[in-house]
Design a protein around this ligand. Structure first.
Ligand SMILES: Nc1ncnc2c1ncn2[C@@H]1O[C@H](COP(=O)(O)OP(=O)(O)OP(=O)(O)O)[C@@H](O)[C@H]1O
Ligand SMILES: [Mg+2]
Length: 345
């Protein structure tokens, strides 16, 4: 299978001002004249390999580095180190043939002309990308019909709703039939029906036209329905890379227990739980201890809680959303800060 994305140990490092601890006038003067700087990793040692016709979800909490990674893959941002080949091009060299094979949509940032009807932006895109008349008309008709946007073509972008604007951006950036499509939160502000249309479109393009997708989204249904692989980012690092079906299979046999009393001796409870269920995973939400454990250990743990006089707990099966949220929290609790240490290069 053709490798579309081949990225190895990519980092993006920026220099950030670290404020002096003293908040008085001397601290302010020092901050202004002698700013203390420290290197910060926005993205750290990220390696991704993706074949044609596959779709990858890059997910993580706000500020994890997803959009930064998308900018590096699309060539908008040059990595500080590491190697990157996308469709056999080095993206930040911004070769014209590479740009024609790439479609990029940032759901929160429009590339349409604000004061004019969307159709003007589409026509401009046609000219810039050198799309012939017949392909353009065919593609425009196809995209507007699957996203139910026929009536919006002549509407000024500034008068569109958020969802209509996102869908118009999506149409424009797909008009040139790109081989690799990067979608950064493409379903933001989009209604349920349109979300389903976008997911169907992704699956159709993957299966019928062997298109490759990278998607970031905070909606687990997007990921569950149209992403073959998942990379979880935490503070710029890929902390988990797995096939979506594998991740689901691993957690299908698990159950989540939430201990609702915040005053409990959580360290002691963890120790006791691990004695019964060595695979158990822990994280805190609102200071309450959440435990993920195998279903077969459930009864033993309930008995353990009763013996410890703990009655205030809730049992939950693992939906896909619970699985992802659990993974975010597990890695959040484990992650270190993302400033460069003295030992780093
Ligand atoms: N040019 C920059 N200078 C300094 N910090 C930056 C810069 N660009 C991004 N960051 C910081 O890097 C981190 C990662 O940002 P990024 O936009 O990639 O996050 P994200 O995972 O896309 O988050 P979200 O889910 O909110 O979209 C954030 O803490 C952000 O503030
Ligand atoms: Mg983002």
């Amino acid at each position: 299978m053709n490798t579309v994305i081949n990225m190895h140990s990519v980092c993006k490092i920026i220099s950030e001002n670290i404020p002096y601890e003293k908040k008085d006038i001397s601290g302010k003067i020092k901050n202004y004249f002698f700013p203390k700087k420290k290197n910060k990793y926005l993205v750290k040692n990220c390696s991704i390999k993706l074949s044609a016709g596959r779709s990858l979800a890059i997910i993580g909490s706000n500020g994890a580095g997803k959009s930064t990674l998308m900018k590096i893959i699309s060539g908008i941002m040059q990595p500080s180190n590491g190697t990157i080949k996308i469709l056999d091009y080095v993206p930040y060299e911004r070769n014209k043939s590479f740009q024609k094979k790439l479609g990029v949509v940032f759901g929160h940032k429009s590339s349409l002309i604000w004061d004019l009807p969307a159709k003007y932006s589409f026509d401009l895109h046609k000219t810039i990308y050198g799309i012939d008349d017949i392909s353009y008309e065919r593609r425009l008709k196809h995209l507007t019909s699957i996203l139910s946007m026929e009536k919006c073509l002549e509407r000024r972008v500034k008068n569109m709703s958020l969802g209509e604007r996102v869908k118009s951006d999506l149409i424009m950036n797909l008009l040139h039939s790109p081989e690799l499509i990067l979608l950064d939160e493409p379903t933001i502000g989009v209604d349920m029906e349109s979300k389903m249309m976008i997911r169907e479109f992704i699956n159709y393009e993957k299966e019928k036209n062997n298109r490759t997708f990278i998607l970031t989204s905070h909606d687990p249904t997007d990921i569950e329905n149209c992403c073959d692989e998942i990379n979880i980012l935490a503070k710029g690092e890929i902390v988990l890379a797995e096939e979506t079906s594998n991740l689901k299979k691993r957690y299908q046999q698990k159950v989540k227990i939430i201990l609702k009393n915040k005053e409990l001796n959580q360290e002691l409870i963890k120790e006791n739980i691990l004695a019964w269920s060595s695979q158990a995973e822990f994280y805190l939400i609102n200071d309450c201890l959440n435990v993920i454990t195998n279903k077969e250990d459930e009864i033993n743990l309930i008995n353990l809680f009763i013996s410890m006089k703990i009655t205030d707990f809730e049992l939950k099966s693992m939906s896909f959303e619970e699985i992802l949220a659990g993974q975010f929290q597990i890695f959040k609790n484990n992650e270190s800060d993302n400033y460069e240490s003295d030992g780093d290069n």
